[in-house]
Design a protein around this ligand. Structure first.
Ligand SMILES: [Zn+2]
Length: 302
């Protein structure tokens, strides 16, 4: 029983420490399982090792065990810390939620700005109605003979603003302004099975007469995707070339210049149907670019 009288510190897993003889300590260690997992171990002291059955532990083995137990304690502490760190994760989750929230706010704010930008692009850039179109008084050299409101030629949709005046030709040689006006009006009688949509704000006849078919604060069906920001003028012509008579031409220059001034756009804001969709309309001004440029000059100088 060498070293049987030596005292050592033993410690339980609970942290309790006792000062015992090495024998008692060894006994405690031996009976650890019976002592219901108290787990007594030798912390220090000790003496000769009586190895073989492992009943006695040397000081060294006790020291070797200690770190093991400490590691165990550390690991249990780290488990507690793990609990803490899961709390940390909760805090991290909290921070994540805050970040997500801020990101959401940023996205919504960006979308708001984008919407504003789009609104500005759509409306601000075009400056909205430059002039109250309905308040414009028509001169007496324009004959008003408005066509009936109908889905095919006068949808009674408000024209909010005007960016260009669009020039057309009727593509029906020899027809009069009145005939073309009546054609537009007659489209109202197509009924449900009808499929033709056409009209213009003004028709200029072979004699230079000007008939207004649609109020200038409503859209006409003449210029494809530009119906919503243009005023359209149809011109009659005597033959297939589409060339206008002098009377038609002079009325066109006069009406175009007056409209530009009335709706407060530039005298240069005059385009052909061709410039909108590529359609050969007005034919003569498409075939003769110099005639078109001369017309634009005439409008400026009107
Ligand atoms: Zn046209």
């Amino acid at each position: 029983m060498a070293g049987g009288e030596r005292n050592v510190w033993i410690a339980a897993a609970s942290g309790e420490q006792r000062w015992h003889t090495l024998r008692e300590a060894a006994s405690a260690e031996e009976n650890r399982d019976e002592r219901n997992q108290e787990g007594w171990i030798v912390l220090e002291g000790g003496g000769e090792t009586r190895s073989g059955n492992g009943s006695y532990r040397s000081r060294r083995s006790a020291q070797m065990r200690q770190p093991a137990r400490l590691r165990e304690n550390e690991s249990s502490r780290s488990r507690r810390r793990g609990g803490g760190s899961s709390g940390g994760r909760r805090r991290g989750g909290c921070r994540g939620a805050v970040l997500s929230f801020l990101c959401g706010v940023l996205v919504i704010f960006s979308a708001f700005l984008a919407g504003m930008g789009a609104g500005w692009y759509r409306w601000g850039r075009e400056a909205g109605p430059r002039v109250e179109l309905s308040s414009i008084e028509m001169p007496d050299w324009i004959e008003q003979d408005l066509i009936r409101k109908n889905i095919y030629s006068r949808p009674a949709v408000s024209l909010q603003y005007v960016n260009d005046i669009v020039v057309h030709y009727v593509a029906n040689p020899g027809s009069t302004a009145e005939q073309n006006r009546n054609y537009f009006d007659g489209l109202a009688d197509q009924g449900q099975e009808g499929g033709t949509s056409a009209s213009a704000h003004f028709v200029i006849g072979l004699e230079g007469e000007i008939i207004q078919c649609i109020p200038i604060d409503e859209i006409a069906y003449a210029s494809n995707n530009r119906n919503y920001d243009t005023i359209s003028i149809e011109c009659c012509h005597p033959d297939e070339t589409g060339k206008f008579t002098d009377a038609t031409y002079q009325s066109l220059v006069k009406l175009t210049a007056w409209l530009c001034d009335a709706v407060k756009i530039g005298r240069e804001d005059v385009i052909r149907h061709y410039d909108v969709s590529g359609k050969a309309c007005p034919l003569y001004f498409v075939d003769h670019e110099e005639a078109w440029e001369a017309f634009r000059e005439d409008v400026k100088n009107q």
